[in-house]
Write a protein that binds this ligand. Structure first.
Ligand code: URP
Ligand code: ZN
Ligand code: ZN
Length: 483
């Protein structure tokens, strides 16, 4: 009996996984990887990847797309433009946030977010929840039910007036995970935005009283100690309830030291960092009072060169579990983004966040792998495999293995100067304008379909599917020597 030919064979790939790299052909049928090995039979379609590295498609586990904002502010990217940009940058799965407004039910937030994604997404997506109003109904009914239905991660905030929870509320939310754990039916991951809200408010008022309201003072209002204190407190709260947490967007040494301490104690504390903490510094928010630096206003703010090295070390030695974009797309010009109502406002009113969904993978490949700072395997672990494991999508996503979705990137190693005009997001700038990169995805495959061929985008709005996420499959790793 003759077998049906493979849909697609990628020949002579240098396949990179989180544990090793090897030469192989990749056989794809029905959107999945079905064969891996030498001299595979001919496929209906063939792509020659001789001499080129092939990695799993990126899993961007922290990005904001079309998240409702208080008018006039609006995110520049919706699921159409945001997932198009992601695909062109080598990301094949995104996990943005269904955010609960205070007074809103969590279910209503999820239903609204599905409407925003459906018919627009070009690549597959899951949702994190944002819990901002932990009422008894949310804690006892909605959150456990939603976790069981495939929303197995949520973010809680220790800052921002409209989102922050106090310590008692955080304990109550983490306790939901403890109850789920005891039942052994489901697990979930709590992501924590760790900055001390009262310290930020106190510092902000002082700066305002002194007339220091330019974008660069945003960094002065959020020094490392506000992140360090909140990180330490979040760790203590998770220790008390005995549930894992993942500290998001870690910016520098002081928070890293807290996480290192926790890991040393054997606590289940995971950590994420982002490109802005490797490639930007506080000076990018401005060295004078010009408004230009508003495009780099994000929280926590970028630090300095010495802290960039601390973050590189943490990526290398296992301190960081995931590398995400924290893409929060706001235009610099116009009236809906960094200039609400078209005005240059005081830093406290500048929408927080940096554009980066399309540049995340190439920045780390180029400046990490090709610059010799991290191994190829570490790159795969941080950008694809670990995010898929942390949020219950592995091995379907984040892996080049038989049975996994055929989501992959073939890399082009060539030097070029990055320009926003080359990008596919709907944001009017990139914080990395003018940077020289050494690589870019030459092809992105999503479930066996070419969505980016190195020059043109071939996605289709609505082809992206919602992925219910399961329990995290990740064990804490002790920071140690680089792999
Ligand atoms: O400044 C940031 N990071 N904005 C996006 C929202 C968040 O807190 O992740
Ligand atoms: Zn955050
Ligand atoms: Zn974020």
């Amino acid at each position: 009996m003759s077998r049906a030919p493979l849909d697609l064979v990628i020949r002579h790939a240098r396949v990179a996984t989180a544990s090793d790299s090897f030469s192989a052909d990749i056989g794809i049928s029905g959107g999945r990887i079905v064969q891996l090995g030498a001299n595979l039979e001919r496929g209906q379609r063939e792509i020659d990847a001789a001499g080129r590295v092939v990695t799993p498609g990126g899993v961007d586990a922290h990005c904001h797309l079309d998240q409702p904002m208080a008018p006039p502010v609006r995110m520049a990217d919706n699921f159409d433009t945001g997932t198009r940009a992601a695909a062109c940058g080598g990301t094949t799965t995104v996990i943005p946030f269904a955010a609960q407004e205070k007074g809103q039910s969590l279910r209503a937030a999820v239903a609204d977010y599905h409407q925003r994604a459906e018919g627009r997404a070009h690549i597959d997506y899951a949702f994190h929840l944002i819990v901002s109003d932990p009422t008894p109904q949310v804690l006892n009914v909605e959150l456990p039910a939603l976790i069981a239905e495939g929303y197995s991660s949520f973010k809680i905030y220790m800052t921002y007036d409209d989102l922050k929870l106090d310590d008692g509320q955080i304990l109550d939310v983490l306790d939901v995970l403890d109850v789920l754990d005891v039942a052994r039916a489901h697990g979930a991951m709590a992501m924590v935005h760790a900055e001390n809200a009262d310290c930020i408010e106190w510092l902000t008022k002082k700066l305002e009283a002194a007339g220091r309201t330019a974008p660069r003072f945003h960094a002065h209002s959020r020094p490392m100690l506000v992140e360090r204190e909140a990180t330490q407190r979040a760790i203590a709260l998770s220790q008390l309830v005995d549930v894992p947490i993942l500290i998001v967007h870690v910016s520098g040494r002081e928070a890293v030291e807290q996480i290192r301490w926790a890991r040393g104690q054997g606590l289940k504390v995971f950590a994420e960092t982002c490109p802005q903490y490797l490639f930007l510094t506080a000076e990018d928010l401005g060295i004078d009072d010009s408004y230009k630096g508003a495009h780099c206003v994000c929280s926590p703010p970028p630090r300095d060169k010495a802290n960039q090295e601390v973050i590189w070390d943490g990526l290398n030695d296992g301190l960081f579990t995931v590398f995400s974009s924290d893409h929060a797309p706001f235009n610099l010009d116009g009236s809906e983004g960094k200039k609400p109502g078209g005005k240059e406002v005081a830093f406290r009113h500048i929408p927080n966040g940096i554009a980066g969904i399309e540049t995340r993978m190439a920045l780390l490949y180029s400046e990490g792998v090709l610059a010799g700072r991290i191994t190829l395997e570490k790159f795969v672990e941080l950008t694809a495999t670990n995010p898929a494991k942390a949020y219950g999508l592995h091995p379907r996503k984040g892996s080049l293995a038989i049975g996994s979705d055929a989501d992959l990137v073939i890399w082009d190693e060539r030097e070029f100067v990055l320009r926003n005009t080359q990008l596919h997001h709907a944001v009017d700038h990139t914080p990395y304008e003018g940077m020289t990169l050494k690589a870019w995805p030459g092809l992105t495959l999503s479930r066996g379909e070419v969505v980016w061929d190195g020059r043109e985008f071939h996605g289709r709005a609505g082809r992206g599917r919602f992925l219910p996420s399961g329990a995290p499959s990740l064990l804490p790793r002790q920071p140690g020597r680089p792999a």
